[in-house]
Design a protein around this ligand. Structure first.
Ligand code: COI
Length: 361
């Protein structure tokens, strides 16, 4: 049986003027709405106590499993306001399914798709005034997460688990907007290995990415390009985004699933490829092939795809002793067209011919 998320309204929401000031320039992940959704799971009672309440700190025992063994997963999706004032989610069913996959990998309980979507709908309805105006640039970023909250120091799956959903108005993920990024090919770090947690959306993957991200920043790059082995092997992903290459003969190549995240934007880009006269190809791409084909001009564009970052052009890659510009070092035309296509569907400017939008308000 699916659980419900009844609303207990926040009696002291942020004043309208303060909220409007935030919505005018939300940045990414800095401000949070007035409410949160939550539910608890116990081994004895299953999922219960679903509700939407005022956003507040989470009470946590110092021995809670998540604080010691990182038993945690999360999701990221967005709500968009259309010109007529209605509010829509983009493919929440895919997030729900991935949340189930991640839960299984981290030995957390499964939250059914129906309950996952109900919790998000309840929060978005409660915080509807936080969904930015229809401008094709901003949205409400929604962050569901689940963690072991049982106070117990033995290493085993927690018998008590907490689920929350919070929301944060969002503009561009990168401070420079969608202009494009340079990726750092780390010779020190990898992100995932066969049989590991690479395909799960768990906080531990992101914690382990921070040192590589510092290395990237120290080398003048915004993000990391992870390979299957330090400094060599096959392209994986970028830590917060999946990777795509556009070839001169109109192939759209992306690494196949396995140790990378099964991105919602990735799946959507693959579906739209044919509409951009591109042949979608999922296969392994070696870093040597990438460098050689960029140098020869047979790979003309590269971009990254993710919920937070949408479609971000990759203008160059750098690594120990090399720097390779992609194409002419400017965002490519297919990259920009695909970005426009996805943003257009999300914002209601273009027809939702694949039925990806899910109305909430
Ligand atoms: C998302 O795109 O939703 C992500 O998960 C990236 C996030 C870690 C900022």
């Amino acid at each position: 049986m699916s659980i419900a998320f009844p609303l207990h309204r926040n009696e002291s929401p942020l004043p309208d003027g303060d909220r409007e000031a935030i919505l005018a320039a939300p940045g990414f992940g800095q401000y949070f709405t007035d409410h949160m959704a939550s539910a608890v799971w116990t081994a004895d009672s299953g999922w219960h106590d679903g509700k939407v309440t005022a956003l507040a700190p989470i009470p946590l025992h110092p021995a809670a499993a998540v604080l010691h063994y990182a038993q945690e997963i999360f999701e990221g999706l967005k709500a968009f306001r259309h010109a007529d004032g209605s509010v829509w989610l983009f493919r929440p069913d895919l997030n729900a399914r991935r949340f189930v996959h991640s839960a299984r990998r981290l030995a957390l309980p499964v939250l059914e798709e129906e309950a996952f979507i109900a919790s998000i709908e309840a929060l978005v309805r409660a915080d509807e005034s936080w969904v930015p105006a229809h401008d094709g640039r901003t949205s409400l970023y929604i962050r569901p997460f689940m963690f072991g909250s049982e106070a117990f120091l033995g290493v085993r799956p927690a018998a008590q688990v907490s689920y929350y959903v919070i929301a944060s108005p969002a503009a561009s993920y990168f401070s420079g907007g969608a202009a494009g990024v340079t990726l750092w090919v780390s010779s020190t770090y990898t992100r995932a290995a066969e049989g590991g947690t690479g395909r799960a959306k768990c906080g531990g993957n992101y914690a382990a990415s921070l040192a590589a991200q510092v290395e990237a920043h120290d080398n003048g790059c915004q993000q990391v390009l992870y390979l299957s082995e330090p400094g060599r092997g096959y392209l994986e992903e970028s830590g917060t985004m999946n990777l795509f290459l556009v070839t001169a003969d109109r192939e759209l190549i992306t690494p196949g699933l396995g140790t990378i995240l099964d991105g919602v934007t990735r799946a959507s880009v693959l579906k739209l490829a044919a509409e951009h006269d591109l042949k979608a190809v999922e296969r392994q791409i070696g870093i040597d092939e990438l460098r050689e084909r960029c140098a020869a001009g047979s790979i003309s564009e590269m971009f990254a795809a993710g919920t937070a970052a949408v479609i971000t052009p990759i203008l160059a890659i750098k690594g120990e002793g090399f720097e390779q510009v992609v194409g002419d070092g400017e965002p490519g035309s297919s990259t920009l067209a695909i970005r426009e296509h996805i943003v257009g569907i999300q914002s209601g400017r273009l027809a939702d011919s694949h039925h990806w939008l899910h109305r909430v308000v």
